[in-house]
Ligand binder design. Sequence first.
Ligand code: WTA
Length: 654
Amino acid sequence: MSEESLSASHPTFPADPAFSAQANGTAQMYDAAAADHEGFWAEQARRYVTWSTDFTQTLDWSEAPFAKWFVGGELNAAYNCVDRHVEAGNGDRVAIHFEGEPGDTRTITYADLQREVSKAANALESLGVGKGDTVAIYLPMIPEAAVAMLACARLGAPHSVVFGGFSAEALNTRINDASCKVVITADGGYRRGAPSALKPAVDAALDHAETTVKKVVVIKRTGQDTPWTEGRDLWWSDLMNAASETHEAQPHDSEHPLFILYTSGTTGKPKGIFHTTGGYLTQCAYTNSVVHDVHPETDVYWCTADIGWVTGHSYIVYGPLALGATQVMYEGTPDTPHQGRWWEIIEKYKVTILYTAPTAVRTFMKWGHDIPAKFDISSLRLLGSVGEPINPEAWLWYRKYIGGDRCPIVDTWWQTETGAIMISPLPGVTTLEPGSAQRPIPGISAEILDDEGMPFTEAEKVGYLVLTKPWPAMLRGIWGDPERYKQTYWSRFGEKYYFAGDGAKYDADGNIWLLGRVDDVMNVSGHRLSTAEIESALVSHPKVAEAAVVGASDETTGQAVVAFVILRQEHIEEADEVGEGVDLVKELRNHVAKEIGPIAKPRTIMIVSELPKTRSGKIMRRLLKDVAEGREVGDVTTLADTTVMNAIKQGLGD
Ligand code: WTA
């Protein structure tokens, strides 16, 4: 893309009246929510959720920032996502069209899902899992992942899903932090045309003297040889075959914990973000309805996220299933066995709504628009984007080549912490502005603050995004660490504002543009990674003395991990020898993959002799970012030793 097209003003796209006529979202919702915030949410809670006991108070904010929503209400999330659709006569409706990477398929109706979830709930109960016990789920993208989550929800046993791409180390910390009793995993999954083992990572994660894990349940997906610990490991199929197909769902308190999901923070230790039941389910279903415009009777919806991320939780499991929608679930990568795989899937299932990430869109742009053009993707009627800012060029490409110049695009801003979509256009209502998430959805309030914490509305001025009112799907805390919750989110600008950690600005039309993280969190292909976590992984390698990590902009992945590493004295010569340095870089990259997971592997590792530090010893990442992005190095006056940057640049052959 040329510079010119980047800076040129872009066309905007008013709502198509035909779309508006059928849209779930309406302009009146903004007014209704503004007039009565709590009343609006109470209405959504009763519209989208079936309560066993109605709530008596919409919001209790008396112990802010610890919120209680729909107080006194009782519900069962699994009943809401499964059983009630069967009871309403929709048991034959397809819940999940599963497409395995090797081409195997399964069609799961709501009646099937009810049987599977009931059996799984019985099976977990037979292992002693009950209300309040935590269960770790470490699975590929297979329907059992949704079944396992719903079975936990049914029992009131909070699940902690750990992304299948995370390492044994990462799994170990997460299992221990939440004291999980059971781990549900698989022998492996298919990735890039080959089976990729998962179970060995679980064994390694549990290979510590102290573990709370009593049982490991293994789903057979690939059939590969699987190490086995007698007495601890059990086959999912054996448990399921022995389990009854019926299970009575008990109601749980609206504020009962539904799940924990770990996300990177600014320190090395991942945060266990936890969500509760009633508010979370309400906002997931409401947003899936008004933002993705899901019509459960007619749409075929496809969210391409992995279940290991919050997008998979909210927009594969809880949102669409609460609505009773039909969706596609795909196991593998977009280029297996060919680069048209997604478009082939859309053609095959006549997908109408596609929700994906900008990094995928940019990859498809790189592969060329002639690839989607080979397939009939005219069933699409709405496109969505999530995970990072979508640059206007990618937005316009997405609309033209995937959306056939007719589909509205919803650019949805939210976070693991917010639980559900917060800032997004409403399709059929909003005039779309490519590249901007635009404005808070009805029921949500946001502002942009300056350095002093003062709200402003001036266009093009950059500030910090904050949320100004509690919302139903908000995190209820950090698992086991209430103080960190307050510190991280409710102290930067005082206790009135939820600090999102994102930079933002308004344009002249009052649209909000999200500008990326303002803290030491990187966003690589829509995945949050912390600089501190990767630094400590690098420093844990015996040859490394010190490390600094920055997120450098990258055309495809948004940001890429770039590491600057100082070696321990005794290894410096080794690195100097031709060839050894290359091996060492490879060794360090693999070390990070082992410690955290392949997604955290630095794209580039630069071996340096010094790092730029302030007089107080803080690493000046801004300067390293200049180097990583090939820019002229900025202001160095606050460096303790102003010659360091020259040394780094010279060392890198600049
Ligand atoms: C970024 C993913 C711009 C943002 C749902 C946020 C976005 C972080 C957008 C949360 C968007 C997500 N535009 N930035 N539409 N969506 N982000 O917790 O920096 O994995 O703070 O949740 O992703 O990432 P998380």
